[in-house]
Design a protein around this ligand. Structure first.
Ligand code: IPD
Ligand code: CA
Ligand code: CA
Length: 271
């Protein structure tokens, strides 16, 4: 894709993200229709479905050859990253959306022939759009953000959900205890997209989670790489953005330091 086409796609996608944000804001004054997916904690609203359909209609109308992987399943059965592929979470943090009307985001990542190209994580209520066009730096709204600097665990604030420091089938939870004990503190926002955006902009120094789907992390993955951070699975292995996976994102040297604690004997392969 040539540079002019990519710029046009960037501006178009950004305008759709803002438009979708306005639809969500307007929904606050009307009653939400909430249903459960697999269990009582797995919520979905008409707004999740409506916003995904909004993007699909816009994309298919303007770019009929683009493919879309969306959480609510209205997009395509995407098997690889050939051509232009959008990975969309219409609302990341649905539980917060329902309970708080705060701490949720629209997450959109765009790849072309396997390369990360565009990312948007839009915290609708705070009016914060984290975005990038690969190679041109990370932006928060109109402001260009600096690349991430090195830090150490004792000076870090880590994004970590309490689920993972209690016995669970995904990891020996004892391995994560040093993150709690040795860092300045841990935080859990209930939205992987915002947590990844916060690592990309430096509000968090690292984020560890054991179970995400492509739509939860695709845009964040692009933002973190653009910011000069490291993103891998919890074993330090490169992530396939079309797979469910654990995710471990951090400032570069911190990534190595934490990996030595949570996955002893491995070396980083994050990018
Ligand atoms: C969820 C959020 C949450 C993460 C879950 C995701 P959703 O996404 O990102 O932070 O821990 O694994 O499923 O369901 O609100 O889009
Ligand atoms: Ca999500
Ligand atoms: Ca979602």
């Amino acid at each position: 894709m040539d540079s002019a086409k990519l710029t046009e796609l960037y501006e178009t996608a950004k305008s759709w993200v803002f438009e979708a944000g306005e639809v969500i804001k307007r929904s606050f004054s009307s009653e939400l229709n909430i249903t459960y997916k697999s269990h009582a904690a797995d919520l979905v609203t008409d707004m999740d479905k409506g916003i995904e359909q909004f993007f699909i209609d816009k994309i298919k109308n303007k770019y009929p050859d683009h493919e879309i992987l969306g959480e609510e399943g209205y997009g395509d059965k995407v098997k690889n990253l050939d051509g232009t592929v959008w990975i969309i979470d219409p609302i990341d943090g649905t539980t917060n959306f329902v309970h708080q009307q705060l701490n949720f985001a629209i997450s959109v990542g765009v790849f072309h022939d396997g390369e990360e190209k565009l990312a948007f994580i839009y915290d609708v209520v705070r009016n914060e759009l984290f975005h990038c066009k690969a190679g041109e730096g990370l932006y928060l709204n109109e402001e260009k953000l600096p690349r991430l600097e090195e830090t150490t665990l004792d000076k870090s604030v880590i994004g970590l959900n309490a689920t993972w420091i209690t016995p669970n089938p995904k990891i020996d939870h004892q391995l994560l205890l040093p993150l709690v004990r040795k860092s300045r503190g841990t935080r859990s926002y209930g939205t992987a997209a915002i947590e990844l955006a916060y690592v990309a902009c430096g509000r968090l120094d690292a984020y560890v989670t054991l179970r995400l789907s492509p739509w939860d992390f695709a845009a964040g993955y692009i933002l973190i790489k653009e910011a000069g951070g490291m993103i891998s699975d919890v074993n330090g292995k490169a992530v396939n953005v079309l797979d469910k996976t654990s995710i471990f994102a951090a400032k570069p040297s911190l990534h190595q330091e934490i990996l030595g604690l949570i996955s002893p004997g491995t070396s980083t392969n994050g990018q």
